[in-house]
Design a protein around this ligand. Structure first.
Ligand code: G6P
Length: 600
């Protein structure tokens, strides 16, 4: 998400930081900032917007030590005050941070009581004040003590005016690499930022602290030098040939980010701070409408199954462009939930405004912090999926599903969901990122399948219940980027028409995990096989029987039925990706499509 660059050496730091930040632009950001330490006049520069908007008027500060950051807001709105670097009360400690500090509220309250003054709404600022609290003379000592108190994830780079001539760097579950050159050292969250300066790097490990000085560096443990082989273009996509693949690979991390700090296992419940202001009102609701477009609409459909089964709330799901022109029957006991990656989709916003006019409670499930949707809804939950660059949405879908699962627990526990059920879902949710990583290991297998099926022109995707929307999403992904004809249908609808098209040239991808509708799916597969249609099954690990019926199987690990969509969609994203690559298409920018649809 956010990007970090730091430099210490004999050259002016600013141009190096600037070029590093520009190489991180591909990650997406909403604001940026620099701190350069110059003996006479330390230089701090923070702005909201893109670097290119200000570049003509950039100052050129002196100083051979500096840190810089691109921010993609998650905690606190998009503003100069919330942009990094952040600093302490005495303006001694300057710091850039990637990650999320989960316990920042409690630390902040404590530090305020101790007299610290906060200037931003970010979680990051608490680290500056904690370092200030422990600072005596030695920066790394203070950093070490401060980090003992924080929970969450971080990659940080810190400079102190009172202990100059060094950058202190630390990480926990947020990537940090050190670039090693003769007489100069760099730090970055991503190789793209430093690759033009050096290819000799050290990957910092969790809980390690490194100190970079103009004449050398040290880490608490000996580490081997490594060489980066990536080309510049690859580095800008995190080492992947396309953003889409990078974003699919990030899917486990997206689940992790969505749930981080939000699950309360012992209470079988979740903490969704963005809903606090409306929690009493939500308790009164007897109907939900979920409104969205495209992939987000399919996430909402999965949400409908979750919310009805586990929160016992009647749900209605609609496409925003239809909903806004219908005369939906809603009343003061209806809450409208809008699901959108960008938070800027015109039809979704129009539907939102319609509901506001009627005085309906509006909730947003949004990825982009500060987007129109997040500003205009009464309350909401951020999905924290990070910037999604490829036009075809992949990882954002996982963030939406994980958030809808948490919303289900939140609403369910307010009404009829038992503690045991709440705990059960939470425990499975917490395991899901690992299971998703298992699915990603099947990428080579899925690439082989794509090679086998690349010459077919038509595909059915079938699923039932929770995996019916996954059939729709799998088909959408394939048609969007491979330009092949693909349709998603509910298994039960096969007999009502689609079966007429089945023959040996019309393959079906059947999503059939071992769940409550498994037997029904097997009947559907048999109907297809009886007409010689090739079938690829997405089945649960351990189901050997299915191999006897279908042509190919991709296995996914077992999880709760309601959470299977978070695993079953991953092979379908990969399948669409590999098909499009094999067909030579522009995967990240498919023809005729756009990432954000701001017109009706
Ligand atoms: C466009 C994008 C899709 C996305 C849809 C809804 O069509 O190409 O990937 O699913 O808009 O966008 P939203 O930002 O509202 O989720």
């Amino acid at each position: 998400m956010c990007g970090i660059v730091g430099y210490i050496g004999k050259k002016p730091a600013f141009p190096i930081l600037l070029s590093g930040l520009k190489r991180l632009e591909y990650r997406g950001y909403d604001s940026f900032g620099f701190f350069v330490l110059n003996k006479n006049k330390p230089f701090l520069f923070k702005k909201v917007g893109k670097i290119s908007e200000f570049e003509q008027n950039f100052p050129n500060p002196d100083g051979e030590i500096g840190i810089a950051h691109t921010r993609w807001g998650t905690t606190g709105k998009i503003s100069e005050a919330n942009a990094h670097p952040h600093y302490d009360c005495q303006q001694n400690i300057f710091l850039v941070h990637n990650g999320i500090i989960e316990n920042y509220q409690e630390i902040k309250e404590r530090l305020i009581k101790e007299g610290h003054k906060f200037l931003s709404e970010t979680d990051t600022e608490v680290i500056c004040h904690l370092i200030e609290k422990y600072f005596e003379r030695n920066l790394e000592e203070a950093v070490r003590k401060a980090l003992r108190e924080v929970r969450g994830t971080y990659g940080i780079a810190v400079i102190s005016k009172k202990d100059p001539q060094k950058i202190v760097v630390a990480r926990l579950s947020s990537p940090i690499i050190l670039g090693i050159n003769k007489d100069e050292f760099l730090v970055a969250s991503d190789p793209a930022a430093i690759i033009t300066h050096t290819r000799q790097v050290i990957n910092l490990d969790d809980n390690e602290i490194a100190v970079l000085k103009p004449d050398g560096f040290f880490i608490l443990k000996e580490k081997p030098l490594e060489t980066i082989e990536w080309k510049i273009e690859e580095a800008e996509k995190g080492g992947y040939p396309h953003f889409m693949l990078k974003e699919i690979i990030e899917e486990p991390e997206v689940i992790e980010n969505a749930i981080r700090g939000r699950l309360i296992i012992e209470e079988g419940s979740v903490k969704l701070g963005g809903l606090d202001s409306v929690s009493a009102q939500l308790r009164e609701m007897d109907k939900l409408v979920l409104v969205a477009c495209g992939t987000a609409h399919y996430a909402a459909m999965v949400g409908e199954y979750m919310l009805e089964e586990y929160a016992g709330l009647p749900c209605e799901v609609d496409i925003a462009s239809e909903f806004r022109y219908r005369k939906p029957v809603v009343d003061e006991k209806t809450a409208a939930i809008f699901v959108s990656q960008s938070g800027e989709t015109a039809d979704t916003l129009a539907a939102l405004r319609e509901m506001k006019k009627k005085g309906i409670l509006t909730i947003g499930i949004t990825n982009v912090v500060g987007s129109t949707q997040s500003r205009e809804t009464d309350a909401g939950v951020y999905t924290r999926s990070g910037p999604e660059i490829a036009v075809a949405s992949t990882k954002a879908f996982l963030g939406q599903l994980a958030t809808l699962a948490m919303l289900t627990i939140y609403l369910g526990r307010q009404s009829e969901m038992s503690l045991v059920t709440g705990k059960r879902i939470i425990e499975e949710l917490a395991k899901l990122q690992e299971l998703a990583r298992e699915v990603l290991k099947k990428a080579p297998e899925i690439e082989k399948l794509a090679k086998k099926y690349r010459n077919f022109k038509n595909f059915w995707f079938i699923g039932r219940k929770y995996n019916f929307p996954i059939a729709l999403e799998g088909a959408l992904k394939l048609k969007e980027i491979s330009y092949l004809h693909a349709e998603g249908i509910a298994g039960g609808e096969l007999k009502h028409g689609p079966l007429a098209l089945i023959d040996e040239n019309f393959p079906t991808i059947a999503i059939c995990p071992s769940d409550s509708v498994y037997e029904k799916m097997i009947s559907n597969i048999q109907e297809i096989k009886a007409r010689e249609g090739p079938v690829i099954a997405i089945a649960t690990q351990g189901n050997e029987e299915i191999k006897k019926i279908v042509d190919d199987v991709i296995y996914i690990p077992k999880t709760l039925e309601m959470l299977t969509p978070l695993l079953s969609i991953i092979p379908l994203h990969l399948f669409a990706y590999y098909m499009a690559v094999l067909l030579g298409n522009d995967v990240d920018k498919p023809r005729n499509l756009a990432k954000v649809i701001t017109v009706e």
